[in-house]
Design a protein around this ligand. Structure first.
Ligand code: F6R
Length: 248
């Protein structure tokens, strides 16, 4: 695990965007795994500017997102389809058909999970997966108790996740109770992982990821077993960690 300590959210976003951009320029990424939420918003804003500044052609690139709520259509402003389109895809030269998210607005959600897992395999797997981390240590929507060998599947959202994500809805009651998520095994098969964390409310989860014992109670601890994991976190997110590491 490589840990890069940065001062704040902005520095995390710059460093994270640079990590991905360098590999896009070298054409090292064919399949880029993406996350949503507040954490990567700054990264997407910087990355889309740099992609356009450098006039990178992304015709060959496929993206696969980690998760999506069940029951929200793609044009719902709170859906992850909408978020990705709004914050990233519509600003960069990538063919729309190359941008993939699980579809939580289908009749047969179980079949959709199988389709999505097979799609990732048919693309040759994920070269680099971007992750945030939940306050409870979730990755994707793999909530505490998720099996480390889990594949793409339907999950119930934890009360703390519903609470944390209520900011994107008119009220807490509108937050869907279920989602489709890549499983922990699906995530672990990515050839590289880049996890971003900012803010003191992530400190406990980040401490567990870096120094805790591996346990399905804190899903992010599965990542300790990944051979190419980079964590870019700010001082507040790293405030509970006692180990020392490189700072930027
Ligand atoms: C989002 C995702 C989640 C978030 C996590 C942190 O696609 O998979 O695991 O990364 O809930 O969310 P924020 O960044 O909003 O704190």
């Amino acid at each position: 695990m490589k840990i890069i300590k940065v001062a704040n959210y902005e520095a995390m976003s710059i460093e994270g965007a640079d990590h991905i951009l360098t590999q896009l320029i070298k054409k090292r990424l064919n399949v880029l795994g993406l996350a949503t939420g507040g954490t990567p918003e700054g990264l997407y804003q910087i990355l889309r500017e740099k992609i356009n500044e450098k006039a990178l052609s992304l015709n060959y690139l496929h993206t696969v997102n980690l998760d999506e709520y069940i029951g929200l259509p793609a044009d719902s402003p709170a859906s992850y389809h909408y978020y990705m389109q709004d914050i990233f895809f519509k600003h960069i030269p990538i063919p729309k058909e190359n941008t993939h998210l699980p579809n939580g607005y289908v009749d047969d959600v179980v079949e959709e999970c199988t389709r999505y897992e097979e799609l990732i395999e048919s693309l040759g797997g994920v070269d680099l997966q971007l992750l945030g981390i939940g306050q409870n240590g979730h990755i994707g929507f793999n909530e505490p108790g998720s099996p480390f060998n889990g594949r793409t599947r339907i999950v119930d959202l934890a009360p703390s996740t519903i609470e944390a994500n209520a900011r994107y809805f008119s009220s807490k009651n509108d937050v869907p109770r279920q989602a489709i998520t890549m499983g922990i095994k699906t995530i672990m098969k990515s050839r590289q992982i880049l996890l971003l964390a900012s803010g003191k409310e992530k400190a406990e989860a980040v401490k567990a990821l870096i120094e805790g014992d591996q346990s399905e109670d804190i899903p992010a601890t599965a990542l300790q077993g990944h051979p190419h994991l980079t964590v870019i976190a700010d001082e507040a997110a790293l405030s509970g960690v006692t180990r020392t590491f490189s700072s930027v």
